[in-house]
Design a binder for this molecule. Structure first.
Ligand code: PEP
Ligand code: MN
Length: 363
């Protein structure tokens, strides 16, 4: 696969490359004010704005369409920043090109469908433009790579992927689970391909964005796509996850840029292994949080039905089953026993609180 390096189309050497802009272009003032404020941060390399919004339900704001392209090209002239937008049909591509879009992206709902991606790839044949492919909604790396290959086969070399997280049944605390192992595997398989992380769609709310962005940099992702709106609370789409240009600047200034490689082979290896451990620890903590939530549900159920917190028979069977399961995975049974006793102790504490609370909301 022929892939041009990122700075051939997003001229910048310093890390991280930042694409920012509103989830949706809403009106001329909103767009021009947002782009003006983003330009004055001097930290944004490309503007993003959605014009045709893929909405789950038919009654929401579905984007301003072509009119937004006029505002985007006006903003480009005024502030000198290139822009990109999401395309889902050949007509979208044609219009975006006519108005001088510098890059296009394929959204998560389009990447899931190879027919749709192929139609876009055919429309992109012999066009010189950068194309970014968002991951499909669900965690399917092959489908993501397949979409990238279709675009590459159409002759596009200015290619990138955007990691926007994955929908699974239980995404808490995220809107879309990052599942970092997937973009990492994508990087392993396609080392030349630049990968952006979209902390906004992963997070779904402002408070998680900085942590996801830092993690993306620590895992050597090449850039960030972050939604920024001049007045986030009044945004017509994705209000909870948008931040002001000033908040974006503060967030970017706080990011710690670490170097992928240490000075020695030993340090490189150690650093890589530690990244893996950090990731696994986060998964472990996420699982424990989900386990506690289930335990609380059980606690309420026990309370309603007058059942005791502790049932020795269940505990005995559970520990025995888990120790056997752990042994199959080469875990020391006494370690599994100690871990489960600790986890169970916490469950008992949570359920006891529920039993003792007068007001359920206090728990
Ligand atoms: C977006 O970027 O506004 C968008 C709709 O994203 P996604 O395709 O990742 O859901
Ligand atoms: Mn959005």
């Amino acid at each position: 696969m022929e892939i041009s390096s990122l700075h051939t189309w997003i001229g910048k050497a310093k890390q991280p490359v930042v694409i920012a802009g509103p989830c949706s272009a809403e009106n001329r003032d909103q767009l021009l004010q947002t782009v003006g404020a983003l330009a004055s941060t001097q930290s944004v390399d490309m503007i993003r704005a959605g014009l045709w919004k893929p909405r789950t339900r038919p009654d929401g704001f579905e984007g301003v369409g072509k009119q937004g392209l006029e505002w985007l090209s006006e903003a480009k002239k005024l502030y000198g920043l290139p822009f990109c937008t999401e395309v889902a049909t050949p007509e979208h591509i044609e219009m975006a090109l006519k108005y001088g879009a510098d890059a296009l992206w394929i959204g998560a709902r389009t990447t899931v469908n190879p027919f749709s991606v192929q139609i876009l790839a055919d429309a992109l044949r012999s066009v010189d433009i950068a194309v970014m492919v968002k991951n499909p909604l669900h965690p399917d790396l092959k489908l993501w790579i397949g979409a990238i290959e279709r675009i590459s086969n159409a002759g596009i070399t200015k290619l990138a992927a955007i990691h926007r997280g994955f929908y699974t049944y239980d995404n808490k605390p995220y809107r879309n689970l990052p599942m970092w192992e997937i973009p990492i595997e994508l990087k392993r398989l396609l080392p030349q391909l630049p990968v952006f992380t979209d902390p906004s769609h992963i997070s779904g709310n402002r408070s998680l964005i900085a942590g996801v962005a830092q993690r993306a940099l620590d895992l050597s992702m090449d850039g960030l796509m972050i939604e920024s709106h001049i007045d986030p609370d009044c945004a017509l789409t994705d209000a909870a996850q948008q931040i002001t240009p000033q908040q974006l600047l503060e967030l970017l200034e706080k990011l710690v840029i670490r170097h992928e490689f240490g000075n020695t082979e030993f340090e490189n290896k150690l650093e890589k292994l530690r990244f893996d451990i950090d990731q696994l620890d986060h998964e472990l903590i996420n699982i424990l949080a989900r386990r506690n939530e289930k335990n609380k549900q059980i606690g309420h159920y026990k309370k309603e039905n007058g059942i005791t917190v502790l049932q020795m028979d269940r505990l005995r069977k559970m520990i025995q089953e888990r120790m056997g399961y752990g042994m199959k995975l080469n875990l020391d049974p006494s370690f599994v026993l100690k871990l489960l006793q600790l986890v169970h102790k916490e469950s008992v504490r949570l359920q006891t609180n529920i039993m003792q609370s007068e007001d359920e909301n206090e728990v």
